[in-house]
Design a protein around this ligand. Structure first.
Ligand code: ATR
Length: 484
């Protein structure tokens, strides 16, 4: 580089698919982008294939890369989560100066982000953990971005990120989520919700295919219709695409030649683990993660398929269920279960924000998730309106709009859970979401009995409904009650 050459406004480290697409996105928006990858071949490939799309400054060493950035230097890391991210953060921090900003745009665990921010702050640098959603396509054309880290870093980063983020009705799909790990936490829960959303769509498909006996092509058409209503979303749209695809080799629907074992990279599991620690029931996400695990348990499935008693099963026909009514009932069951999963996900974000003092505003998420990310959907406008009406609503399900929706859904939801059970088709999220819903509605829960049992075997005491205090029954004595 000559002394007069232009410095880069932003740098990207890690030029695998996500990183190179993000770098190209910055370049397309007119920014000068410094690029670096551990092995230069990826940098070279980016320059060869896309170098003419904008202004890139490629570097072979991290020192050269850092020197090519204007101050305060801003570098986004897009490498594998875990040790690789730590390694790159340290290399950058060694080469950078006070006030520079390191952004981790990978799928890092939020507790790692909290730790890294502390470590980096001690070295006089700024660290921002930013969740980036939208896959390869989003990274290239406009992702949803969830940056955490200090507010002052947002001032330096905001305009840059806004320029590459997706945009809905003039609003960019990026905002400062909160300090340290807030961005990655929220991205994690976003992915967890995505798991549940995909699973409820899968359960609807299962029922239409193996309950109503529809072909993938017919179901694809059904999903296209659904995409015009309340369920209008990216995931429903791509579901219709996947189901209409025919395998060139066999002429069969592609869905029938894909092995039914779902993969996962871990963010769904993290969402559930964090929820367990926070004590927040995210049953929809949990069942979705377990459903993927079960689908991949090939040895167990090989042993159990056709080898466990089904009990007496019936068909929709013999139940006298009209097909068109059933299809509409399934749509409603999907909608209701999805509502539960989102309500639970937002509960987890609320709890995480309270635990770590992040001050996350749920309206921001409903706003930025409307575009760019995998769970983008019309429905998120409704969630934003719900939090606009009452930011402290105890559950999204209580929002007047959603409550009204549930009124029109719940009968269908119950019918679907009953029918699926009678025909022997698995619907883990439909069924558990309904149970969660009924638990929320229940005047009395069996928890009273659990308290009785706990008091019996462990003298764990209980509270009474009719007076203050903590009580214990002398179970192994004369069974009188004492105040504990
Ligand atoms: P993708 O899934 O999109 O392929 P990934 O596996 O999350 O991406 O990340 C791969 C990137 O991390 C690559 O840029 C890789 O660099 P190389 O091309 O040199 O392999 C980078 N990466 C992995 N481990 C790294 C490390 N310890 N130091 C630096 N970069 C590393």
């Amino acid at each position: 580089m000559t002394e007069n050459s232009k410095l880069a406004e932003i740098g990207v480290v890690g030029l695998a698919v996500m990183g190179s697409n993000l770098a190209r996105n910055f370049a397309h928006k007119g920014h000068t982008v410094a690029v670096y990858n551990r092995s230069f071949s990826k940098t070279q490939a980016l320059m060869d294939n896309h170098g003419s799309e904008g202004t890139f400054i490629p570097s072979e060493t991290i020192e050269e890369f850092v020197a090519s950035l204007e101050k305060p230097r801003r570098a986004i890391i897009m490498v594998q989560a875990g040790p690789a991210t730590d390694a790159v953060i340290n290399q950058l921090a060694d080469a950078m100066e006070e006030g520079d900003i390191i952004i981790d745009g990978g799928n890092s665990l939020y507790t790692d982000t909290i730790r890294r921010e502390k470590e980096i702050a001690e070295r006089g640098l700024n660290f921002v953990g930013a969740g980036i959603s939208g896959g390869e396509e989003g990274a290239l054309n406009g992702p949803a971005i969830m940056p955490g880290g200090p507010a002052k870093s947002w001032e330096a980063l905001g305009p840059l990120l806004e320029s590459i983020a997706a945009n809905v009705d003039g609003t960019p799909c990026v905002t400062h989520i909160g300090p340290d790990g807030a961005g990655h936490f929220v991205k994690m829960v976003h992915n967890g919700i995505e798991y549940a959303d995909m699973q409820v769509i899968g359960e609807a498909y299962q029922l239409l295919r193996y309950g109503a006996g529809m072909t993938p092509a017919e179901i694809s058409e059904t999903f296209k219709t659904w995409n015009e209503g309340d369920l209008d979303s990216y995931l429903i749209e791509i579901t219709a695409e996947v189901l209409s695809q025919v395998d060139a080799e066999t002429g069969k629907p592609l869905i029938d030649v894909i092995v039914d074992a779902a993969g996962q990279k871990g963010t769904g599991r993290w969402t559930v683990k964090a929820a367990l620690d926070l004590g927040i029931p995210v049953t929809g996400i949990g069942e979705a993660v377990f459903a993927r695990a079960l689908s991949g348990a090939s040895a167990q499935r090989a042993a159990t398929v056709g080898n466990l008693p089904s009990g007496e099963l019936t068909t929709l026909e013999s139940l006298g269920v009209d097909k068109a009514t059933f299809v509409e009932d399934v749509r409603r069951a999907l909608y209701a279960s999805k509502l539960v999963a989102y309500a639970q996900g937002f509960d987890e974000i609320k709890a995480g924000s309270a635990e770590y003092n992040w001050g996350v505003d749920p309206r921001d998420l409903a706003t930025i998730w409307r575009g760019g990310c995998i769970i983008r959907a019309k429905f998120l406008n409704r969630i934003r309106e719900a939090y606009d009406t009452n930011p402290d609503v105890e559950s999204l399900l209580l929002d007047p709009y959603f409550k009204g929706e549930l009124e029109g859904l719940v009968d269908s939801w119950r019918r679907v859970v009953i029918a699926a059970t009678q025909i022997g088709q698995p619907i883990p999220v439909f069924a558990s979401s309904l149970s969660y819903y009924d638990s929320l509605r229940a005047e009395r829960l069996p928890a009273a009995l659990i308290q009785g049992q706990r008091d019996f075997f462990g003298a764990h005491t209980y509270k009474r409904v009719d007076k203050e205090g903590t009580f214990h029954t002398l179970w192994s004595g004369d069974r009188t009650e004492i105040e504990a």
